[in-house]
Write a protein that binds this ligand. Structure first.
Ligand SMILES: [Zn+2]
Length: 323
């Protein structure tokens, strides 16, 4: 009985479209419209991943894996068939909505000096970082009209949590980071600091680009992640809090040999360090080497760099990390 559902999903999302949303780029075109590129499923140095857009199938000559869209999602996200279907259904339904929202917020960023000033204050200066993380700004009071002009209904916007029951934009005066199936908004004003849309926060950001690294840095917040990336640490990802959800934990414990550096907040009440301690034990039980990075008191990776710390100094902290 699941086959009609599978066909419906495959009609809504083509394999090639999906690959492109995951930043896959073909390196060359071969006969009958087929494409070759680097394999997203293993560490690939010469293009061995073949995509046939007409058949909607892939095959990798490097890792010998192949199949259809659902199979790709299973392998790529390390999820079961049922979870792959759920992920695809969610992205079919809200994928275009969220990407249209994110694009709108990105345009707003340059128009609002208070947002740019806030990013500067959080140590984010390079335009490449803003582009890499697709950082935007939700000024409030204008998303609803724009989205309705694009053909979305008020009901859809309310169901996604973008517009509240009173018909007002939910995200107001917030710097926004788009996530896989959600949005994170950090207030630049006095409202509650952190906000997500209703629903799951999703897996680890940038995981597909990070998972092949033998050393991975895990931080709590997206601003920590952005400054680390800016300082050249492209092997970092973020829990969006100090607790991992089941999917994030599964991603870190996927059986690959890697060391995870937990660079959690060194806050005064010790909660970040306690969470790091618990997590390192949990990872160890799963056979993952975990080391805890000791930041100076009162600092998180973001404030470490904002306060004048540089990449070399952070590297030293990694080298001195404790089991
Ligand atoms: Zn492969």
């Amino acid at each position: 009985m699941i086959w009609p559902a599978v066909d419906a999903i495959k009609q809504q999302i083509s394999l090639l479209d999906y690959l492109q949303t995951q930043n896959w780029k073909p390196a060359r075109r071969i006969s009958r419209g087929r494409l070759m590129g680097l394999c997203p499923l293993h560490l690939d140095h010469k293009p061995s991943f073949l995509v046939d857009p007409l058949q909607n199938l892939f095959y990798c000559y490097g890792c010998s894996r192949g199949g259809d869209l659902i199979r790709f999602v299973e392998l790529y996200h390390d999820v079961s068939f049922g979870e792959a279907m759920a992920l695809l259904r969610r992205s079919a339904r809200c994928g275009s909505l969220l990407s249209d929202v994110a694009r709108f917020y990105q345009v707003q960023l340059d128009r609002h000096p208070e947002a740019v000033a806030y990013l500067q204050q959080r140590g984010i200066q390079q335009p490449q970082v803003i582009e890499e993380f697709a950082i935007g700004y939700a000024p409030g009071g204008c998303l609803r009209h724009w989205m309705i002009s694009l053909g979305y209904s008020l009901n859809e916007l309310q169901q996604a949590g973008l517009v509240n029951a009173a018909g007002l934009d939910s995200f107001t005066h917030r710097v926004v980071f788009p996530l896989e199936t959600n949005l994170y908004g950090r207030t630049v004003g006095n409202a509650a600091a952190h906000r997500f849309l209703p629903g799951d926060k999703g897996g680890l950001p940038r995981w597909q680009r990070v998972k092949h690294c033998s050393e991975v840095i895990l931080v709590e917040g997206l601003f920590d992640l952005a400054v680390l990336w800016q300082a050249g640490f492209h092997n970092a990802t973020c829990a969006m809090g100090s607790h991992l959800n089941a999917r994030q934990l599964r991603q870190l414990c996927d059986g690959a040999l890697r060391t995870v550096y937990l660079a959690f907040d060194a806050d005064a009440n010790g909660s970040g360090q306690l969470a790091a301690h618990r997590l390192s034990r949990r990872l160890l039980q799963q056979g993952v080497t975990a080391l805890r990075v000791q930041l100076p008191d009162g600092h998180d990776p973001n404030s470490f760099f904002v306060g004048g710390g540089d990449g070399q100094q952070f590297q030293q902290l990694l080298e001195r990390a404790l089991p």
